[in-house]
Design a protein around this ligand. Structure first.
Ligand code: GTP
Ligand code: MG
Length: 255
């Protein structure tokens, strides 16, 4: 869909994240500006054209004169790409990373209400995030030219569903995911060692996310690979209506 001519030149933002975290709800809200109706679990990626809301300014507009007729029309439009979160359909999502079209950033949507210790959602979310970050870390080795062109890649972890009382605050979402990814990283490298693959040279290091030799994984370790990770809380639905200002601001700064 999103390779249709005319749309390819628009800057795009990719939505990733586990099933049920709220990607399609967010897409609906960004596209229509209204509270989303019921969503169904997604089976294929979709791309929609969005506009920055009035009041938000894209950084590339900062240096434009107010009289510049192109300022409003061209630079505030972007393509938002929704992907299915289900494990078996994730290749659709990751295709967008190996063959990116004018990609400006990734929003990884997490359900902040499923990230408590021992919650199955925590492992699933951290697993998926680990894989996305590893793919970005390894993008320079990729044979694909388009993937290599991705220089700086900003990743926003959108800690969604802040309206639910079980939701962790953004700072805790960050530290909890870092701790869980630390565990995943360790167990995967052990598995490699046990299988004998990691014995020769650096084979083992290739799949190690972040700083080699570090005990704890921190998102800041991704800066070394030009991947800038931020975490911000918000909600697409719930009681007092949506609150996605921080995410809009993040998007506007990437266009
Ligand atoms: P997949 O398509 O399966 O990958 O899921 P998805 O990430 O697209 O999730 P979707 O947008 O379909 O949302 C899943 C459920 O979460 C829906 O019932 C939404 O109404 C609900 N939801 C989304 N955002 C919020 C929120 O901020 N608060 C609350 N309480 N519910 C939300
Ligand atoms: Mg969906």
């Amino acid at each position: 869909v999103f390779r249709a001519s005319g749309l390819t030149t628009l800057p795009s933002i990719l939505l990733l994240g586990p099933s049920g975290s709220g990607k399609t709800s967010l897409l609906t809200l960004f596209e229509r500006g209204t509270n989303p109706a019921d969503t169904h679990t997604s089976q294929s990626p979709i791309a929609v054209e969005c506009h920055l809301p009035v009041g938000a300014t894209a950084t590339s507009d900062k240096y434009r004169s107010v009289n510049d007729p192109t300022a409003n029309s061209t630079y505030k439009k972007f393509l938002l790409i929704d992907t299915p979160g289900h494990g078996k359909l994730r290749h659709h999502a990751l295709d967008n990373l190996t063959n990116p079209q004018n990609l400006k950033g990734i929003i990884f949507v997490a359900d902040a209400a499923t990230l408590s210790a021992g919650d199955e959602g925590l492992r699933q979310t951290a697993d998926y995030l680990h894989d996305v970050l590893l793919l970005l870390q390894k993008r320079m080795e990729s044979k694909n030219k388009a993937a290599k062109k991705l220089r700086d890649i900003p990743v926003l972890i959108a800690a969604n569903k802040m309206d639910l009382f079980t939701a962790l605050p953004a700072a805790l979402v960050k530290s909890t995911l870092e701790a869980e990814i630390t565990k995943i990283r360790t167990s995967r490298s052990k598995r490699l060692l046990d299988s004998g693959i990691g014995i020769e040279d650096d084979a083992e290091n290739d799949d190690w996310l972040g700083e080699i030799g570090s005990k704890e994984f921190k998102f800041s370790q991704m800066e070394e690979f030009d991947v800038l990770v931020e975490v911000a809380g918000g909600k697409v639905a719930g009681g007092d209506g949506p609150a996605v200002d921080k995410w809009w601001k993040w998007v506007s700064e990437r266009l």
